[in-house]
Design a protein around this ligand. Structure first.
Ligand SMILES: [Zn+2]
Ligand SMILES: [Zn+2]
Length: 192
């Protein structure tokens, strides 16, 4: 899977856009790193954790933007508490409460044959195993509930549009880098 195909689909020939997209993951990482010493004070460990943070307003004051502050704190929470939610089976992220859009399909060794498993990868970085053919937004299940779209230049990438609620999630087979992940989340919004 080429990053170039995703960048082209999002930006076309717009140089400004291409530059912004290819730098987005690095800029996000830099932004998150400013929070590497932030200590979230939690009321409880009930999902979603972001709603249990008592000093969220101090993060908001630091950033000056509510959504960005929440994302940075969620990223920190995923690092600190992600392990506690191993085996999570919910539709929404237990850390930040978001409905996932990006799913990675990984090969896993089995007793006799190699298997495949689908993982939700949230914007906050938390990853959990997910069911096949299920809409994370409305819970619709079964192949028949999805319209599957793909582009010829994006091998192994499938956009699943829920027929019930319209939510689009992307299923990625194979390796992609962070720029492609970023771009695919944007594309999912276009498709929806
Ligand atoms: Zn999350
Ligand atoms: Zn749905």
């Amino acid at each position: 899977m080429s990053r170039e195909a995703v960048v082209k689909a999002v930006c076309g020939e717009d140089e400004e856009c291409r530059k912004g997209l290819s730098e987005a993951p690095r800029e996000t990482a830099e932004f998150f790193s400013a929070f590497s010493t932030f200590v979230p004070m939690l009321k409880s460990l009930e999902a979603p954790l972001i709603e249990r943070v008592e000093n969220l307003s101090s993060a908001e004051a630091l950033v000056g933007d509510r959504d960005l502050a929440r994302l940075a704190v969620a990223y920190r929470l995923a690092q600190l508490y992600g392990e506690r939610f191993r085996g999570w089976e919910g539709d929404r992220c237990p850390i930040c409460g978001a409905v996932p859009t990006l799913f990675l399909v990984r090969r896993e060794p089995g007793a006799l044959f190699e298997g495949r498993a689908k993982y939700a990868k949230c914007v906050c970085g938390f990853t959990w195993r997910y069911k096949w053919w299920r809409c994370p937004k409305c819970g619709a299940e079964g192949r028949e509930n999805f319209e599957v779209l793909y582009r010829e230049d994006m091998e192994g990438i499938f956009f699943h549009k829920c027929k019930r609620c319209g939510h689009v999630h992307v299923e990625v087979n194979g390796e992609i880098d962070e720029v492609a992940e970023y771009g695919l989340r944007i594309l999912a919004r276009y498709v929806a």
